[in-house]
Write a protein that binds this ligand. Structure first.
Ligand code: ATP
Ligand code: MG
Length: 128
């Protein structure tokens, strides 16, 4: 999963440059990801973390990239100001673009606002 690894080092740079505390967890086994899924996951990871840096005013960001029994999941959490309830009405292209690309791979995007914002991206494994 070279592309995803590359994106992980990119977001590490981004978060460092923003002077934010962060943790990035990745499963040991991130093998056999179809290229299309890997591309979509990489794009979503980049956009979610860019949004944290641009919009959240957070001091902490937690990223978890996991291989699930039946797919893949990325969770990006921050402790910032939170996101509006109706994310569909928010102006930008980022969240919309994530949703559109995730549709191609039967994935889903969940956005929650609690103490900050939590973005959960899931893509099922088409082989299972
Ligand atoms: P673009 O992604 O097109 O450059 P954008 O980042 O403003 O523009 P989206 O990525 O779609 O657009 O995000 C929509 C809006 O949701 C943002 O403008 C911001 O108000 C809010 N938002 C997104 N992520 C966060 C976050 N982590 N914390 C707080 N607000 C957020
Ligand atoms: Mg954005």
């Amino acid at each position: 999963a070279a592309k995803l690894q590359e994106e992980v080092s990119h977001i590490r740079q981004l978060l460092k440059a923003a002077d934010m505390e962060f943790t990035i967890e990745t499963s040991q086994e991130m093998n056999d990801i179809p290229l299309l899924v890997e591309n979509v996951l990489s794009m979503c990871l980049k956009e979610a973390v860019t949004n944290v840096v641009k919009h959240s005013q957070a001091t902490f960001c937690k990223v978890a990239i996991q291989q699930l029994p039946n797919g893949w999941q990325i969770v990006v959490e921050d402790n910032g100001r939170g996101i509006g309830q109706d994310t569909a009405s928010l102006g930008g292209h980022g969240l919309k673009g994530m949703r559109e690309r995730l549709e191609f791979v039967n994935g889903s995007l969940k956005v929650e606002s609690k103490a900050g914002t939590e973005i959960c991206i899931r893509v099922p494994n088409p082989v299972q």
